[in-house]
Write a protein that binds this ligand. Structure first.
Ligand code: AHR
Length: 512
């Protein structure tokens, strides 16, 4: 009932507040921006709940169809996303993970308790080989998150040697004994995770020294070149970035940042599916606040690194709601609605604007945890609305960003004000221009007119993610409720592209 009343109220407010339901996007194709690194589309897989076990890995003996232990349905769906990099094994888990527990014959691997996530027993059956082989199957770069909080310098140094050395060295020989002759290529190496919190409760002064020490012994073996990433700030902790940049910028290639779209860390974070339109706009406003946060961290980085050599790596982002009723609170299993899809589109649109500094982002997490691409229940699998945003946005990977302005109304609810349209555009290496448009309004269709800024086009074709409701999601009982459809509503009028976009929908178009 509350939802119905609030929905009606918000709809009435929207009708009153908006003199017209038309918005304009103006492209500036002549001012080509920087390359949108494909690594902006990175993913994150932690030993948390059923992300790895049950979600990705079921083991060769499982009745769930699998390829060498990886579930086939998930593997195939993930291949479709052209994932550029995958971060593993955590998260908080990374700073309690001892990689040697996860190599050798599986039946001989020791068990441990996953203290961070529900006290679940971890049998280490998914370890270094299983992860790096998965990356090979997905065609993505591995992003290893190393243990600084409870691991030694020697342990991390040996892990790098085990994975990447092709020489006649002790760790390379141990890897060979375990069945892998050729070294893997590992580019991204995180030196600790959330070292201010679950990764060791450190002060930035102490961590920056520790970072410098640990990274010294992570060597570049046999043509493998590590891109070293220091553990960065949470949200609004600008002092962390300041101290790290001041003390260790020259020893790092990237500095991370974590930002979750969450309603506070104490008490209820709100349901992923049971919300009202006020909550919807609040959530999108919180997601968009990342732009201000990014700008402030970048301003600090610019002070110490004006050449923009060090990348800002937003290696955890996404929505964080209450877990689904009846599931383990430590497993962070949440549903994923059209609201999440809008959060994904809006966040990616923001990242595209700062790719001269942002070199990577990783949505949290890939399967069954927080804002996932995929949810599984036993042998069942559903693709989430967020999955479809990542699918339609693939065209922006490694394309050149085209700056644009959005002229539209704003929706103001409680302390948050959000524009009713969000957009991004890029030109790929073949010269094709892609434009993504989101109608943020929960209840109203909009006409969005795109001024192409001199680009010549006869029309545009693409895909739309639209479900007629911000509350729509794919459940195990109705797995096809939300999905992509061809979009045919774009028309050229007086040299401009005019698009009718239903409420709460995302469109990606290719100019023809
Ligand atoms: O993604 C879930 C957790 O959020 C990660 O383990 C941690 O790094 C962050 O606090």
């Amino acid at each position: 009932m509350k939802r119905i009343i609030t929905t009606l109220l918000s709809a009435a407010l929207a009708l009153g507040a908006l003199a017209q339901k038309s918005s304009t996007v103006r492209l500036y194709p002549e001012q080509e921006g920087s390359l949108i690194s494909k690594h902006i589309y990175g993913q994150f897989a932690e030993h948390l709940g059923s992300c790895i076990y049950g979600g990705i890995w079921v083991g060769e003996e499982s009745e769930i169809p699998n390829y060498m232990g990886y579930r086939t349905d998930v593997l195939e769906a993930l291949k479709e996303l052209s994932i550029p990099n995958l971060r593993w094994p955590g998260g908080c888990f990374a700073d309690e993970y001892h990689w040697m527990d996860g190599i050798g014959p599986r039946e001989q691997r020791p068990k441990m308790v996953n203290n961070n996530w529900g006290g679940t027993v971890e049998d280490n059956s998914f370890g270094t080989h299983e992860f790096l082989n998965l990356c090979e199957l997905l065609g993505c770069e591995p992003y290893i998150s190393g243990n600084v909080g409870s691991g030694s310098v020697e342990e991390l140094a040996k892990w790098v040697e085990y994975m990447t050395s092709d020489g006649d060295s002790p760790m390379a020989n141990l890897r060979r004994k375990n069945g892998r002759d050729k070294a893997w290529k590992v580019k991204f190496l995180g030196v600790g995770n959330e070292s201010w919190g679950c990764g060791g409760s450190m002060r930035p002064e102490y961590y920056s020294d520790l970072y410098r020490r640990y990274q010294t012994y992570c060597r570049n073996y046999d043509g493998n070149r590590l891109f070293k990433i220091a553990s960065g700030a949470s949200d609004y902790d600008y002092n962390w970035t300041e101290v790290l940049m001041k003390n260790a910028a020259r020893n790092m290639n990237g500095l991370s940042l974590h930002y979750y779209t969450v309603r506070g860390w104490n008490g209820s974070k709100g349901s992923a599916t049971e919300f009202d339109t006020d909550d919807y706009y609040w959530t999108l406003g919180k997601a968009l606040e990342i732009e201000d946060v990014i700008q402030k961290h970048i301003a600090i980085m610019d002070k110490y690194d004006p050449q923009k050599r060090v990348g800002l790596m937003v290696d955890e982002w996404g929505t964080w709601f209450d877990v689904e009723p009846g599931t383990n609170p430590g497993h962070l299993f949440q549903q994923n609605t059209m609201r999440d899809a809008l959060v994904a589109a809006l966040s990616l649109n923001v990242f595209h604007k700062y790719t001269d500094r942002i070199r990577m982002t990783n949505i949290a997490q890939i399967v069954n945890v927080l804002q996932s691409m995929i949810l599984t229940r036993g042998p069942q699998m559903v693709l989430t609305p967020t999955y479809y945003v990542f699918s339609m946005y693939k065209v922006h990977q490694d394309a050149t960003h085209l700056p644009l302005d959005v002229l539209c109304d704003r929706m103001t609810i409680r302390e948050r004000s959000v524009p009713v349209v969000s957009a991004t555009a890029s030109k790929d290496s073949a010269g094709k221009v892609h434009i993504s448009l989101a109608n943020i309004l929960a209840d109203q269709e909009q006409t969005v007119t795109v001024d192409l800024g001199g680009l010549k086009a006869k029309g545009a074709q693409g895909e739309i993610l639209s479900a007629g409701s911000i509350f729509a999601y794919n459940s195990f009982d109705e797995p096809q409720r939300v999905g992509l459809a061809p979009y045919k509503e774009a028309k050229m009028v007086d040299g401009k592209l005019v698009c009718r976009i239903p409420a709460a929908s995302v469109v990606t178009l290719e100019l023809k």
